[in-house]
Design a protein around this ligand. Sequence first.
Ligand SMILES: [Zn+2]
Length: 300
Amino acid sequence: MEGRRMAATLALGIDVGGTRIAFGLVGPDGSTRAVEVHALIGRGDAVVDQLVAVARTRLALHDVTHVGVAVPGPVDATAGLVLSALTLGWRELPLADRLRTALGRDVLLSNDGHAAAWAEHRFGAGRGRDTVLVSVGTGIGGGAVLAGRVVEGHRALGGGWGHLPLVAGGRACTCGAAGCWEQYASGTALITEARRSWNARTTCGEQVLAAAENGDRRAAEVVTTVSGHLAHGLTILGACLGPHEIVLGGELGCDPRLARHVRHALADRGTHPTRTAVTTTPAELGTRAGLVGAADLARA
Ligand SMILES: [Zn+2]
């Protein structure tokens, strides 16, 4: 990155999820050391206390100048505010100031999807070019890095692909709207479709993928349906943003079984004569992407 100050020292990356927090030291080349994952304890201030306690143990052992924190919700990085992270009980929380005071280091907050997209752009599947990351897990998240900058959007809501209104008057979404992409093309969607198809009791999208792989016809139909919806949204992103290719991340997005179905669904959709076909590539940084991106952005 032009004009970038490449600190020789490590940065501490922290990725706060809905159920766990990952900590890791990140070098200027994106390499990670001493990655630890802790189960989340409590909500609200208890999470802040946990962040401080674990981060202090890391900082006592290593020469770290910057701390980057990825948060599952929109942030105002300039003001150091978490605007909302409902699963954590955080709203308008001045997290950067609180951590800066407690840790004595520069702290930068990032949305987790933006941080992961930045990590893939800098060190992973989107290295050296515009990067559109679609992370598929329970829902759909991600982010975009265009012309070397994270697309933040108003209130850091850029990259909220999961809430593309894909189906008019469709299924109710957790965001309060209806017909959002993630209700049709995520782990949640695999479960929903399996329950509709054969009253499946599964609570895990991966189990549906496994059943399809083992020759279960109904499961295969569900995977085909969900992959078709995923491909539909990907073609919309391709038309809007024109990326070289779209990086598929997240637990399910990186699953080669689902990726294969998505490639077929994209091929079936054909191509617009004046546009390049949308192609996908698997994310390379896996579950480390959030903490790597948060740390690297903090050091930039
Ligand atoms: Zn939604």
